[in-house]
Design a protein around this ligand. Structure first.
Ligand code: HEC
Length: 152
């Protein structure tokens, strides 16, 4: 008799709170997941935005070398301060990139590096692979980053 009561009790007691719990928890869990997802997404976005800053600051010494490379090879088109207004710029059909543009600023170091390495098709910006070493290209990106953060 007692066994029967216990077994009935056990049979009922388990699923009822479980189901009630699931029903109550479901919207909370959904909200929690959304919050976690948005926090993760925000962190990712912030990371993307500040990634370039951090990387540029990690190797301050190489910026000096990057400046040398820039003055020798890039300044004539991109201008002393990177506004795309170098002396050779007027003669070009496609204007040199202005590194202060938001569009340029938002690009990752890797993207800029790829452009320098391979050039831009149908534009005076040719590939520098072969003329510059990997290190020189990385240094010049760091220098471009520095320029793009400076005002006129
Ligand atoms: C003959 C002129 C010229 C020279 C020299 C030159 N560039 Fe360019 N560069 C350009 C032009 C033009 C563009 C824009 C191409 C386009 O947008 O279609 C450009 C684009 C770029 C971009 C892409 C920017 C962006 O926002 O996507 C980078 C980075 C760049 N140049 C770096 C360099 C570096 C570094 C050097 C020197 C090693 C250099 N350039 C030398 C003409 C030049």
């Amino acid at each position: 008799m007692l066994e029967n009561v216990v077994s009935v009790w056990e049979g009922w007691s388990c699923p009822v709170p479980l189901i009630t719990g699931m029903v109550i928890m479901r919207p909370i869990r959904h909200d929690l997941m959304l919050t976690i997802a948005s926090v993760v997404a925000m962190a990712g976005l912030m990371g993307l935005l500040f990634d370039s800053f951090l990387q540029a600051q990690e190797y301050p010494a190489d910026i000096t070398r990057g400046k040398g490379v820039y003055e020798r090879h890039c300044q004539a088109c991109h201008g002393v301060a990177g506004w795309g207004d170098g002396p050779d710029a007027q003669a070009l059909k496609v204007p040199p990139a202005n590194f202060h543009r938001f569009l340029s600023f938002l690009k990752s170091d890797e993207e800029l590096l790829r452009t320098i390495e391979h050039g831009v098709v149908f534009s005076p910006m040719h590939a520098w692979r072969g003329q510059l070493t990997d290190g020189e290209m990385q240094d010049v990106v760091a220098y471009i980053r520095l320029l793009s953060q400076q005002g006129r």
